[in-house]
Design a protein around this ligand. Structure first.
Ligand SMILES: CC(C)(COP(=O)(O)OP(=O)(O)OC[C@H]1O[C@@H](n2cnc3c(N)ncnc32)[C@H](O)[C@@H]1OP(=O)(O)O)[C@@H](O)C(=O)NCCC(=O)NCCS
Length: 150
């Protein structure tokens, strides 16, 4: 299987929403308009993974603040379940971290999301805090994770 990596466009928004519903069904998955708004925001970067003629993964990061030194926040990362476990998530995450360069990066992740936590820890994220009932729809807790510049 060959996977191509490039940037997300507004034409991908509907497919992103489809994947979101699949991956985050119980946790307020983003609709297509949320992806379009993110891509319009100007301070965001969204990476895409494509295989077999379709979008199979996406990931986005936002720059925080107006002045250097900038901090960054990972907004989302998802891989089509049929394509998970093949290195796509790691590659997308590395793409976001390259955008952040020497900036500190934050993210929130469900405390029971072992695959994602393992991935984040493997690239230097540490648990920085616990946000109770962060996910409103399910009431699930989240860790805030933080990665300082290597
Ligand atoms: C998290 C996610 C993006 C990982 O994508 P992926 O393409 O399957 O990940 P990769 O194949 O690149 O694996 C990268 C690392 O993730 C970790 N990982 C992946 N699947 C795992 C599993 N089932 N259990 C434990 N760790 C796992 C491993 O550390 C792995 O590294 P390794 O292959 O060197 O051991 C994917 O599981 C996903 O889309 N999950 C649903 C959406 C989600 O939870 N997003 C994160 C929200 S904060």
């Amino acid at each position: 299987m060959s996977v191509d990596y490039d940037t997300l466009t507004k034409d991908d928004a509907a497919r992103c929403a489809e994947l979101e519903a699949l991956l985050f069904g119980g946790d307020d998955p983003w609709p297509a308009r949320a992806f379009r708004a993110e891509l319009d925001a100007g301070h965001t970067h969204y990476a895409a993974a494509r295989a077999d003629g379709k979008l199979v993964g996406y990931a986005g990061i936002a720059r925080l603040g107006r002045r250097e030194p900038f901090e960054y926040e990972i907004h989302t990362i998802g891989v089509d379940p049929e394509y998970q476990g093949r290195g796509i998530g790691r590659r997308l995450l590395n793409d976001l971290l390259a955008v952040a360069g020497n900036g500190t990066v934050f993210l929130e992740v469900r405390t029971d999301n072992e695959p994602a936590i393992t991935l984040y820890e493997s690239v230097g994220f540490v648990r920085a805090g616990l946000r109770k009932r962060y996910y409103r729809a399910s009431g699930a807790d989240a860790y805030t994770m933080r990665r300082d510049p290597p």
